[in-house]
Design a protein around this ligand. Sequence first.
Ligand code: SF4
Ligand SMILES: [Zn+2]
Length: 365
Amino acid sequence: MVKAPENSPESIRFRESWDAKKPATVYKTPERLPDGTPCTAATVILRTKGCEWWWKSGCTFCGYFNDVRDDVTSDDLHAQWEEAKKRTNNFEECSMVKVYTSGTFFEDKENPPDWQETVLKETYENGLHLVIEAQAHLCKEEKIRWVAERHPGCTVAIGLEAYDDAVLRFNCNKGFNTKQWHQAVDILRENGLRVKSYLLFKPPFMSEGDAVEQTSSWIRAVAPLSDEISINPMNIQKKTIVDRIHRARQYRPPWLWSLVEMIKNVHEDVRPVSAENATDGCRIIVHPTAAGMIRGSHNCGECDQEVAAAIERYSVSADIREFDGIDCYCKEIWENEIRLDRSLPLPLGIGRDRRVSMDKVLRAP
Ligand code: SF4
Ligand SMILES: [Zn+2]
């Protein structure tokens, strides 16, 4: 797999123009605690050294490198953490904090252990539920025990993306496999931590028809082992490999209809629980970032907001009736595309963006 194509001198200059003492973003959103209680959550996205895997190779769709630089120190991270507290008035009215580091929170080469300890302990002492992210193969026994001692019961979100080793390797270039994910889940559970799994809807080099079918089967496999599944429909982040093939008109972000179809496929089998009853089973959260935009999941442009809103409502209510009565002329076009994807021997599918003249494809950057 080629190295992510964004290490040009301009990209590096742009990346390193950030102030390493200020977090990338801090904001508050309505959320649910693990027991289903509504709460306010603060999300803190830090500027770190970034994911070790990205420096070596990197996932085909990941644009997190835009917020990383390789000279961030422990002092910088402590300063960013203080700034996040200042901006939220010491997490006033928040019961949950999501700390995102563009990689694995508890990986020592990515983030200094003393800073990890500050975050784990401070959030625990202040009664804040903590959500952190990790790659599966970095959830090692000794380290997870260390995390659980400092913040018992926190949530570890793993970007599994696909429950299929070939897709992980060739479509995502993920850097770990499903066996390593299973091991990670066991270790997290043994240490009393919560497991959140991210799945990616329609990785690059996959047709729309395959995405509907495969993601549905991944959800069925992953749900029994997860407290929460978050399905992220592909949105194109700048200067990634998927951005390149999108600009070459060889990839179309998913249809919103495909997400509805996937939800209908799995609803009966998986029986996801609503946000209110979160402790009784697995929640399925589908959040189409940039819905309706050309770089996010989209339909025809007319029905996008209505369909995206129903998907968001379903993520909270787990009530399939959210989709009753929603229709549009473009549904037929989508159905036709799926039908052709399933019957023609075209692994990349027939998605509309590919139906352009060859001279345009060749001229695309
Ligand atoms: S493991 Fe996560 S942070 Fe690292 S390159 Fe992949 S998606 Fe990006
Ligand atoms: Zn439409």
